[in-house]
Ligand binder design. Structure first.
Ligand code: ZN
Length: 286
């Protein structure tokens, strides 16, 4: 199944993307795609039956409707740094011995095609196509063997990063990762059965039509089961939490000279099986 959310901010509704690509309003099902929904795997079976019975009669979501973040109010947005060996190299950093974990403010989350706002005075706004996943059953101290039982689905994420805030302002990376609109997610959450081999998904990102990133989830250093198990040693992973697994090479700061974003740029990205998203960069105005 592919879970979407749609509608304007503050009035977002749950929906489902059908096999033919059309989208239906699933409000009648009675749950939004948040913590309560993801907590119980039976909800997916119930939703699947609901879709089967109602796909034809449910209201359609018009193509020009805004797609909203496909997970409602995740409690955490956790990211993994330098998790692709070739990206670590372009960033001039060592391959980590343990996963590098950082947070991104959940207030950075926005819809997949919402504009990305370049922060006030920013000169180093950068892109990062990433494979993310959403937690189903609560996880703490889970083994790698059982880890994937706690993953409810997968999604596309652009981990926008302000490199000066991240690397030149002291302290932790969180400052360069958390600006409003720095976390477009979706278009949808795909349940694991929708995807082929999770360790072999092509991923790409273009700026103004030019390919910048062209990678594959197969070159990840720490895989998804490892990450779930590892993180669950330090904190409980709660249903609806989102974990983003790092980016392949081709980010702006890796070019010589570096390439950073400016208002008017169009960023497009996608992952095999997880759809595509598109953000237009706009200047901060407020
Ligand atoms: Zn990242």
């Amino acid at each position: 199944m592919k879970l979407i959310r749609f509608g304007n901010e503050g009035a977002e509704k749950p929906g489902v993307q059908l096999g033919d690509g059309s989208r239906i309003d699933a409000s009648e099902f009675g749950m939004d795609w948040g913590e309560d929904f993801f907590a119980d795997p039976e909800n997916f079976e119930k939703l699947s039956s609901w879709v089967e019975a109602n796909a034809e009669s449910a209201p359609r979501v018009a193509d020009d409707t805004r797609l909203a973040p496909c997970v409602a109010k995740p409690g955490k947005l956790i990211c993994i740094g330098l998790n692709y060996s070739d990206h670590a190299a372009e960033a001039g950093m060592q391959i980590p011995e343990e996963p590098i974990v950082f947070f991104k403010a959940t207030s950075a989350i926005c819809g997949p095609n919402d504009p990305v706002v370049i922060p006030r005075n920013s000169e180093k706004t950068d892109w990062e196509v990433e494979l993310a996943f959403v937690i189903g059953k609560r996880a703490n101290y889970v083994s790698q063997e059982n880890a994937l039982d706690h993953v409810a689905g997968y999604l596309l994420h652009n981990d926008y990063s302000e490199r000066a805030y991240q690397l030149e302002r002291g302290g932790q990376w969180v400052k360069g990762k958390s600006c409003d609109t720095f976390a477009p997610i979706g278009p949808f959450v795909a349940t694991p059965d929708e995807l082929g081999d999770i360790d072999n998904l092509g991923m790409w990102l273009k700026v103004n039509g030019e390919t910048k990133q062209n990678g594959n989830s197969g070159t990840m250093i720490f895989g998804i089961a490892h990450l779930v198990s590892y993180l669950s040693e330090f904190m409980s992973l709660i249903p609806g939490d989102i974990i983003s697994t790092g980016t392949p090479p081709g980010v702006g700061m890796g070019f010589n000279p570096p390439q950073f974003m400016k208002a008017g740029d169009i960023v497009e990205l996608g992952i095999e099986g997880l759809g595509e998203s598109r953000q237009e960069a706009i200047a901060y105005a407020g």
